[in-house]
Design a protein around this ligand. Structure first.
Ligand SMILES: [Fe+2]
Length: 292
């Protein structure tokens, strides 16, 4: 990293796992000079997941910081029949999604709140999956609800030559019914369920590196293969891509601010007790169509 006066106090501490690094000496709530943003971006491209710890961060400060890395992503509106799964009563900002299991007067304050969540790519079911996701911890349970990040550059690189050849040039269907740990039944009419086709292995638009781009929650079918073969290949890819050797497990602390790149990572969540509260404030940066 090139050191300037502005970045002199910044340190990057790798998690020791396959991805993830903490940045210290920079307060993300502040209006940061461009060299600091550039230094964060450089560390981000290298470590894929970046986290800051212990800073107070208002909604406006979070959005200002995220906006330094691209256009803020609008919260996706689910189709009518699925909308109650995403609309929480405290979700009043169009760029913000509250990830929470909490309820007020029996009504959810946010979305995706309870239990575990399978590995997925945020808005992977859309034409332009979010580039980046930013999550700030406002309430966390005493244990569990950890976020697992799997490095999909490494997962792709380690595939056998046969598997790389098999998936080269192929696309897969990503579809989402706003569930957390259940696949979509493709026997139904999917025209009203958000879905899109992406290359099974994408080329990251900024680094130029290949990354596996399938996930257990939303990827349903590889084009051009029989249902049976698609299922077999996807199961092999998921089992491979979720190998703990590719995973950094983020154990949340209050006021953690975590940011990650959806084009080269999948992420999931471990179970936590429904008796405990968990509230994280999410915002995103809009993506671009992905090529292979
Ligand atoms: Fe997510």
């Amino acid at each position: 990293m090139s050191m300037t006066a502005e970045t002199a106090g910044m340190t990057v501490i790798p998690s020791g796992a396959a991805c993830g690094a903490e940045i210290r000496g920079v307060d993300p709530s502040q209006d940061l000079p461009q060299p600091v943003i550039d230094a964060i971006a450089e560390a981000w491209r290298k470590h894929l997941v970046i986290y800051f710890r212990g800073f107070d961060l208002t909604l406006d400060q979070q959005l200002r910081f995220a906006g330094r890395f691209g256009d803020l992503g609008l919260r996706k509106q689910a189709p009518d029949g699925l909308r109650e799964r995403t609309e929480g009563i405290l979700q009043t900002n169009e760029y913000t999604l509250l990830v929470s299991n909490m309820k007020v007067d029996g009504k959810p304050v946010g979305a995706f709140g309870e239990g575990d969540m399978w590995f997925h790519i945020d808005s992977g079911y859309s034409e332009k999956p979010y580039k980046y996701t930013f999550l700030y911890a406002i309430e966390i349970p005493s244990k569990g609800g950890n976020t697992l990040f799997a490095n999909q550059y490494m997962a792709y690189d380690d595939l056998s030559a046969d598997m790389k050849a098999k998936i080269e040039g192929s696309k897969a269907l990503h579809i989402h019914e706003y569930k957390r740990s259940e696949r979509v039944d493709l026997a139904q009419d999917i025209s009203k369920v958000p879905h899109w086709f992406h290359p099974v292995a994408v080329r990251h638009p900024e680094t130029g590196k290949r990354a596996l781009f399938v996930d257990r929650l939303m990827t349903q079918r590889i084009e051009g293969l029989s249902a049976e073969e698609s299922e077999s290949v996807l199961n092999q890819l998921w089992d491979h891509a979720e190998n703990p050797k590719y995973v950094y497990e983020h154990v949340w602390q209050l006021k953690d601010f975590v940011m990650w790149d959806n084009r080269c990572l999948t992420h999931g969540r471990t179970w936590f007790s429904p008796q405990e509260n968990r509230l994280l404030r999410r915002c995103t940066v809009e993506g671009t169509p992905l090529g292979g």
